[in-house]
Design a protein around this ligand. Structure first.
Ligand SMILES: Nc1nc2c(ncn2[C@@H]2O[C@H](COP(=O)(O)OP(=O)(O)OP(=O)(O)O)[C@@H](O)[C@H]2O)c(=O)[nH]1
Ligand SMILES: [Mg+2]
Length: 251
């Protein structure tokens, strides 16, 4: 697999737009919570902008974006829907392998979420699987505007060999990784916590290197924490509602 290119485009973006000019992303957003106290969902206005079937169809590599990767059926599209508070922004399905395109959603101008096609679904023909592996790995390796990876894993069976391969390759790069252990509603609180501890321990995650949390798009646990994390990565602020018109001030 190709080694990840430097983050020149994204560093430039932060230099021009960020409140923390020059501070590396991993130092800026160390934990899963408390970076911003979001009072409103900054992802709410996200809208679909493009789908790419191949590398030639990607939107311009400008601004910054965060990609969601994981096994087929792990809950990538559902997580994007939960984060944006939209029911069908990213299509989610009971049929694994449904998302076959790289789908781009714009949160604000030059700030995007990217839904990647899932890996590891056996029923997808070998030729198609190989082609998609090539497209996705090239995207991850060469996309300058990509600042971080959200690795999506089913909490009941995290860190499959393909997940580990993705992380092994991504962690040493100068980019952020956040793991969402999805479908946490399928386990008891104790079981889910045990799984989270296991993942943290087996990856020996250090603060600032990568982070992991429990998540459920069904009962919404962890949605607020994930929002804070990704809002920090993308340099988003809460979208405050404009103050209500004051009747008395009208002429
Ligand atoms: N109980 C529960 N089900 C979930 C959760 N997240 C997703 N699902 C279900 O899991 C199935 C797959 O979800 P998707 O979001 O389509 O998964 P995906 O990772 O986008 O799948 P591909 O596009 O095939 O790679 C759907 O039936 C979802 O309703 C969750 O947090 N809890
Ligand atoms: Mg999907």
């Amino acid at each position: 697999m190709q080694r990840i290119q430097g983050n020149r485009a994204s560093r430039e973006f932060y230099r021009n737009h960020g409140d923390w000019a020059g501070t590396p992303l991993l130092q800026r957003c160390p934990g899963a919570e408390g970076v911003f106290q979001l009072s409103a969902n900054p992802f709410h206005g996200a809208r679909y902008i493009a789908s790419a079937h191949g590398l030639g169809e990607l939107p311009p590599d400008e601004g910054i974006e965060v990609a969601f990767a994981g096994r087929s059926n792990a809950g990538k599209s559902s997580a994007i829907n939960a984060l944006t508070d939209q029911r069908r922004l990213a299509f989610s399905s009971k049929t694994p392998g449904r998302t076959q395109l790289i789908n781009f959603f714009e949160v604000e101008p030059a700030r995007r979420l990217v839904d990647l096609p899932g890996y590891g679904y056996a029923a997808v023909p070998e030729r198609e699987r190989r082609r998609w592996g090539e497209v996705v790995s090239s995207y991850l390796a060469g996309r300058g505007s990509l600042v971080g990876l959200v690795a999506i894993m089913d909490v009941r069976h995290p860190l499959t060999p393909l997940d580990v391969q993705l992380l092994d390759w991504f962690l040493p790069a100068d980019k952020a990784v956040h793991i969402l252990l999805t479908k946490a509603d399928k386990l008891t609180r104790n079981e889910a916590k045990r799984q989270l501890d296991l993942v943290r321990k087996s990856l020996q995650l250090r603060p600032g290197e990568a982070s992991a949390q429990l998540f459920s798009s069904l009962d919404r646990q962890g949605v607020a924490d994930a929002r804070e994390k990704l809002a920090c990565w993308l340099g988003l602020k809460s979208k405050e509602k404009p103050p209500a018109d004051d009747e008395s001030s009208r002429g």
